[in-house]
Design a protein around this ligand. Structure first.
Ligand code: PLP
Length: 436
């Protein structure tokens, strides 16, 4: 048997840092990443034959659990008919229609392969539609790794961003304005100062890449109103929340309040999707208002393309996943999120570890701080050093958590009583480790 240590050593010779995406390297928690060889339902198995209850779910897509038979069968069936045609298929229209039926503001949809491509395309489209250059993003929000979106906040409001990564030209970063999340005053200020040059605001529908930080009630609604007053578009990034937190994503949860006293419903101009829409295969998408979507090539002047866009095997996985994701799946996801979140909070409280549970639908994370966190500064101010010992105690006990305190935890509908019991059993020792 080859051990994880041996595999990591070998990988580090062949691959920068031994990984194909940085967070997998365990940089913020230390230790050796587990090299996975298979996954089924709520479990993943590493190269040493060890099974873990998984709370990463492929970073979101596996809402049904890993290797759901309906999805595997659809993929096998599609694969047997050819892997890639580079031509139109009936299935890609079917997937677009499924999304348009679920998500009201999406009148047309263009398929791409990754969430990064989806947000890149949405921004180009917004710039092409408005004829403006500037983009507003929120500190702590992640929209993929394209040049203009890695920008971090400087100090103060509406700082012209620094690149956030080597290799990003300052001139490109300077087109992105970064402001604090959940702060409508900051939104008003940035529009007052630069309103006629802002093409779009891009926002995670509910933030989940600095840990989970839900929008304050009415935030998305007010954001759309302010942007619209200034002729700018709102790109609501549902790559992570789309089809995970409800059948219609985060938009669907807020839409459910429409017409009530607590109405927080909103209509973004463009929405981006990824993860669940591909059921674990490379599918992502940008969708929205017809008059904007029709600016895309070949109809309009905004160019976008992809050899693998609408890949038939990937699209089959997406359709099978969305078709299987009925109300009972979302009820199971909500239930499982509730069970795990309350078990963790009970264990941490029993050890006197100050923490808050941050939730956005069935997405959640824990922050080692006293009061609910509403923005990136708050997320960074927590006692984040408590997470590494907690994480490793859980891993040692056979529970795989995201290897960073700044990531959301993902349940699946396949987390049954046995899987949840294994999480609950692992918690007392992990909470003790966090308290130390
Ligand atoms: N947008 C959000 C909200 C995300 O969470 C992510 C990835 O985690 C992306 C965009 C980028 O997606 P991808 O990793 O598929 O490029």
């Amino acid at each position: 048997m080859t051990t994880n240590d041996e595999l990591f050593l070998r990988a580090q010779h062949a691959i920068p840092g031994g990984v194909n995406s940085p967070v997998r390297a365990f940089g913020s928690v230390g230790g050796t990443p587990r090299f996975l060889v298979s996954a089924k339902g709520p479990y993943v198995t590493d190269a040493e034959g060890r099974e873990y209850v998984d709370l990463i779910a492929g970073w979101g897509p596996a809402i049904l659990g890993h290797a759901d038979p309906r999805v595997i069968e659809a993929v096998q069936d599609a694969a047997s008919r050819g892997l890639s045609f580079g031509a139109s298929t009936p299935a890609e229209t079917e997937l677009a229609e499924l999304v348009e039926q679920r998500v009201g503001p999406v009148e047309q949809l263009r398929l791409v392969s990754t969430g990064t491509e989806a947000t890149m395309t949405a921004i180009r489209l917004a710039r092409g539609f408005t004829g403006r250059d500037l983009l507003v993003k929120f500190a702590g929000h992640y929209h993929g790794h394209s040049d203009g979106l890695l920008a971090e906040a400087g100090s103060g409001l509406a700082t012209f961003a620094l690149p956030g990564s080597a290799g990003v030209p300052a001139e490109i970063a300077a087109l992105t304005l970064v402001i604090p999340y959940n702060d409508l005053d900051a939104v008003e200020v940035v529009f007052a100062e630069h309103g006629d040059r802002i093409a779009a605001v891009i926002v995670e529908a509910a933030a989940a890449n600095m840990g989970v930080v839900p929008p304050l009630p009415g935030f998305n609604q007010a954001l759309v109103r302010i942007a619209r007053d200034h002729g700018a578009l709102v790109i609501s990034d549902e790559v992570l929340t789309g089809f995970r937190v409800s059948e219609a994503g985060w938009w669907g949860l807020e839409q459910a309040s429409a017409g009530t006293d607590a109405d927080t419903s909103y209509t973004p101009d463009l929405q981006t999707f990824g993860k669940v829409i591909g059921g674990g295969m490379p599918v992502a998408a940008v969708g929205g208002r017809l008059e904007i979507m029709q600016r895309l090539a070949p109809l309009g002047p905004v160019y976008q393309a992809g050899t693998l866009s609408g890949n038939p095997v990937a699209v089959a996985a997406g359709i099978a996943t969305l078709n299987a994701a009925d109300a009972s799946v979302y009820a199971a996801l909500d239930r499982n999120a509730g069970l795990v979140a309350s078990a963790v909070t009970d264990a941490l409280a029993a050890e006197g570890v100050a923490h808050v549970v941050q939730r956005a639908g069935n997405l959640f994370s824990f922050m080692f701080t006293e009061a609910p966190v509403v923005d990136y500064d708050g997320a960074k101010a927590q006692e984040s050093w408590r997470y590494a010992p907690f994480f490793h105690a859980m891993l040692d006990a056979g529970v795989s958590l995201p290897p960073s305190v700044f990531e959301a935890w993902f349940v699946t509908a396949a987390h049954d009583d046995a899987a949840i019991a294994r999480i609950v059993d692992a918690l007392p020792a992990a909470a003790k480790a966090a308290a130390a």
